[in-house]
Design a protein around this ligand. Structure first.
Ligand code: NDP
Length: 297
């Protein structure tokens, strides 16, 4: 194995530390405590784990956490009513509605009812438009975390060839916009892309956000390239039980790449760290205060 392993777990801890320092400053100098409201509808077990973890980490960095757990049968009107209340609540600086929502709720309508300034997931159509036009916005957490890891490793990404595998609204597309913003030459690929391995072989930076376990193979990777594996897939172990793998075949890619993120311990921990970073950024913007350095795009 030749690649440097990018330690997302350690980097996420340093992001949380920076957030905690800024939260302490906001409290001490301005009497403001940033607050994050998380709304969970229904009992999806994975969502419950995420929401618990988000609440715990929010409190650990000194912010206020407001959890709203609603019944799976909650009506759209009731959910929109809660969001309106949170939009108007001055102690709430960030609002996150945990996805996926139960089928009877219109996800786009719900997300677009969040005040864009409090949209710490960065999914509101206004934030999508602001990011696409290179303006200050709330940036989706997973792509933001991936960008932070890349910037930390490379310092400048200018002029690099990047291939993003996946075109989802939550990862692939915003990731491509961020890389473009850092002056990469960006290719976005998807399930209909022809000759994907050939395209990936030209890339200095590969972002895998596909949702297919270990799809990207070592012989697709240009020697020395940086590989960011966004994928989180649970697969069966031959001896029984399960394990987490990414969208990248780690062993074969690490033998060729210059640097690579592992799964777990790569991009995953950055996502919640960036949620906390976005909340402190939203709080500073809401109060006309200076934003912390290095915690936004
Ligand atoms: P989506 O399912 O929304 O999107 C997957 C994308 O991959 C689609 O654009 C799809 O193309 C493309 N794709 C599927 N098969 C192929 C193929 N054979 N070749 C090329 N492209 C293909 O997934 P997400 O973007 O939400 O998530 C991607 C991965 O990232 C998942 O493993 C998910 O678990 C993980 N994830 C991790 C997070 C973290 O915190 N680390 C956060 C969010 C996601 P098409 O559009 O044509 O269908």
């Amino acid at each position: 194995m030749s690649a440097l392993i990018i330690n997302g777990k350690a980097f996420a801890a340093s992001v949380r530390e920076k957030v905690a320092e800024h939260v302490a400053r906001l409290k001490n100098e301005h009497g403001i405590t940033p607050g994050l409201a998380v709304v969970l509808v229904g009992e999806d077990p994975a969502s419950q784990v995420y929401v618990r973890s988000k609440g715990k980490q929010t409190v650990e960095v000194g912010m206020n956490s407001y959890a709203h757990k609603l019944d799976a049968s909650t009506s759209e009107d009731a959910l929109l009513g809660l969001i309106e209340k949170l939009n108007n609540d001055p102690v709430v600086h960030g609002i996150l509605v945990q996805l996926p929502l139960p089928k009877h709720l219109d996800e786009d309508l719900v997300i677009n009812s969040i005040d864009p300034a409090k949209d710490v997931d960065g999914f509101h159509i206004s934030n999508v438009g602001l990011l696409g036009t290179g303006q200050k916005s709330m940036v989706p957490c997973t792509p933001l975390g991936s960008l932070m890891l890349l910037r930390d490793h490379h310092r400048s990404l200018s002029g690099m060839d990047a291939v993003v595998i996946g075109r989802s609204n939550i990862v692939g597309k915003p990731m491509a916009q961020l890389l473009l913003g850092d002056s990469c030459t960006v290719t976005i690929t998807h399930s209909r892309t022809k000759d994907l391995p050939d395209l990936v072989r030209r890339a200095d930076i590969v972002i895998a956000a596909v949702g297919r376990p270990e799809m990207v193979l070592g012989d697709w990777i240009k020697p020395g390239a940086t590989v960011i594996d966004v994928g989180i897939n649970r697969i069966d172990k031959p001896e029984g039980g399960t394990r987490l793998v990414g969208d990248v075949d780690f062993e074969s890619c690490a033998a060729v790449a210059g640097a690579i993120t592992p799964v777990p311990g790569g991009v995953g921990p950055m996502t919640i760290a960036c949620l906390l970073a976005n909340t402190v950024t939203a709080c500073c913007r809401a109060n006309g205060l200076e934003e912390p350095d290095g915690l936004s795009a």
